[in-house]
Write a protein that binds this ligand. Structure first.
Ligand SMILES: Cc1cc2nc3c(=O)[nH]c(=O)nc-3n(C[C@H](O)[C@H](O)[C@H](O)COP(=O)(O)O)c2cc1C
Length: 365
């Protein structure tokens, strides 16, 4: 186990190193890995690394405010803990720990339907700002039951992940013979997710009084269809590169989706966001919120709830420095004119945002 307490982490790099030291090879490969050649995952970093800033100066940035709003509520940063199945592989309480950390820091979380301890217990674990994500494993009545329970237990929106019509080949898991507990009966019900269509999304929307999020939109065409269906949140994602291999990086997809949506829905994004500057880039382009998948789990694996909180504090510090150096005092002042295309300078990989570490991470001394 890492010897450091959460407050002793001075950089996100140290948090990653501590997580590496704490996790057995199976859970580590599950967390860091992606589909097949892992090209999509690398492109997430490549797309972010291919954006440079255009800073403005002499603008009195003595008071920077990095707060934002999430579905109409004030939050401390425009980020959410992305839905992650099997968080219990990284921290004993799984999603309950994520809910406590997110609530303590002041950001929302999205609970995955394949994460322990489940919908009711996660809702009870903390007074979190929470939304729910479902993998469809049953018929309409089964889906409606999740919608009803989510609403009853204070989840403020309902998400269908739409990039998972087939479960991908995660070769780190296959090579390591790492069998996720919730995948043991995975075949059961998988056909329902494969058969999911726009008609079913519409049926759910018409029936439930909850904003709907579609996670895994990766083209302007589908964003347009989503808007026509009255979807409230279009969540640009390639599942952290864990589903379709050889997809585009999320930050590269974002501009065409934003253009297609034209302000008619909120646009969120995830995929490779590891640093405060990454978050600032997405918001400058026009996204409203950034999902943190691996980074949130690295914080939890490093030191449980305090580890997640510390990761978010460090991210916040990076954000505030970045905003000040761009000459803005809040996210609201950011515009696409604050970013420009630029050649990347590092070979992208899951952890390439942490150049002091490299993939062969040494645990902290
Ligand atoms: C270990 C792990 C499990 C995941 N499980 C889910 C899930 O159950 N549902 C889902 O919609 N996305 C899932 N995702 C994808 C994340 O929600 C998110 O899209 C992705 O992690 C973002 O990329 P990042 O990890 O580079 O931040 C998972 C990601 C990871 C790393």
């Amino acid at each position: 186990m890492s010897e450091r307490t959460a407050e002793e982490f001075l950089t996100l790099q140290e948090i990653v190193a501590a997580a590496r030291a704490n996790l057995a090879p199976g859970p580590w490969g599950y967390l860091i890995g992606a589909a097949e050649t892992e090209t999509t995952m690398r492109r997430n970093r490549l797309a972010l690394d291919s954006i440079a800033f255009r800073p403005r100066v002499l603008r009195d940035v003595s008071a920077v405010d990095s707060k934002a709003t999430f579905l109409g509520r004030e939050v401390r940063l425009p980020v959410l803990v992305a839905p992650v199945g099997g968080m219990e592989s990284f921290v004993p309480d799984g999603a309950a720990a994520a809910a406590r950390g997110a609530a303590h820091f002041g950001i929302p979380m999205m609970l995955s339907s394949v994460c322990q301890p489940g919908l009711e217990a996660t809702a009870a674990a903390a007074d979190s700002l929470r939304v729910f994500q479902l993998y469809v494993r049953g018929d309409d009545a089964w889906v409606d039951d999740w919608g009803r329970r989510a609403r009853e237990h204070g989840f403020r929106a309902f998400c269908f992940t739409v990039d998972t019509a087939s479960y991908s080949r995660r070769e780190r898991d296959l090579v390591g013979r790492f069998v996720k507990p919730w995948r043991q009966n995975a075949a059961a019900g998988a056909k329902y997710q494969a058969a999911l269509s726009w008609d079913q999304v519409k049926r759910f929307k018409d029936r439930h009084d909850l904003p709907v999020i579609l996670k895994g939109i990766a083209t302007a065409e589908d964003a347009e269809i989503a808007v026509r269906h009255g979807i409230e949140v279009i969540y640009v994602s390639n599942h952290g590169g864990r589903q379709l291999d050889h997809g585009r990086g999320s930050a590269a997809i974002l501009p065409e989706v934003l253009a297609a949506v034209g302000g008619r829905a909120e646009v969120w994004v995830d995929g490779g966001f590891m640093r405060g500057s990454d978050v600032v880039k997405a918001i400058a382009l026009g996204a409203r919120c950034v999902g943190l998948g691996r980074l949130a789990c690295l914080g939890l694996a490093a030191a449980g709830v305090p580890g997640l909180v510390r990761a978010l504090e460090l991210l916040e510090e990076e954000v505030r420095i970045c905003l000040a150096l761009l000459g803005v005092t809040s996210f609201a002042e950011l515009t696409p004119a604050h970013v420009a295309p630029a050649p990347p300078v590092v070979e992208p990989s899951a952890l390439s945002a942490f150049p002091l570490l490299g993939e062969g991470l040494a645990p902290p001394a």
